[in-house]
Design a protein around this ligand. Sequence first.
Ligand code: B4P
Length: 185
Amino acid sequence: MSRRILFLGPPGAGKGTQAAMIASALHIPHISTGEMLRDAVSRGTDLGKQVEGVMAAGDLVSDDLVVAIVDERLSQSDANCGYVLDGFPRNAAQAEALNDAVINAIGTVVLLKADADELVSRLMKRAEQEGRADDNEETIRRRLQVYDAETAPLVSFYGDAVHQIDGIGGIDDVFSRIMLALVAF
Ligand code: B4P
């Protein structure tokens, strides 16, 4: 089983949820660019101030900023034995930067699928529970457009490494589907 795993999928498909569970099960770090960026915003760092408005609008933060934080994170010793990347790369430029930075950066790609109505419904539910700045209907629609335009083409980029997983159903059921796919690969 590869221990360099990448999660792809639209907002609300369950990437963050499942990536954390898989990382914990395999004892490898969960590296989420969304979480790192939200942490910078909540701490009011220079990076946080630069990205706050872009994230709230549902757009992608600039590649330079995101590639720099991922490079720094992957250079830490706990990433030597593998990692689960969640939310990165999000476009072709980031995928190329990752390939340049790490030889055989990705072994397996998990593509989580769910239909648009389910995605919007999950994110609107999270809006009530957590109040994330980018979980409102207008921004959610924008994030889905950005995913289709920028991130979905990465499925062809990664080709045979991609395992498509049905993201509909209970969280534990989806987890089992992913683990089965990882073991079989
Ligand atoms: P992310 O944090 O990556 O947010 P996301 O795509 O919306 O997915 P998330 O992981 O949070 O949600 P999940 O599907 O797990 O990015 C946020 C923003 O940061 C981006 O819009 C962008 O501005 C910026 N950014 C991040 N990375 C970047 C990059 N590389 N380059 C540029 N900008 C970047 O879950 C959603 C909800 O569904 C949760 O409430 C969860 O509990 C629920 N859920 C999960 N599984 C479920 C299931 N099976 N059934 C029912 N509900 C479920």
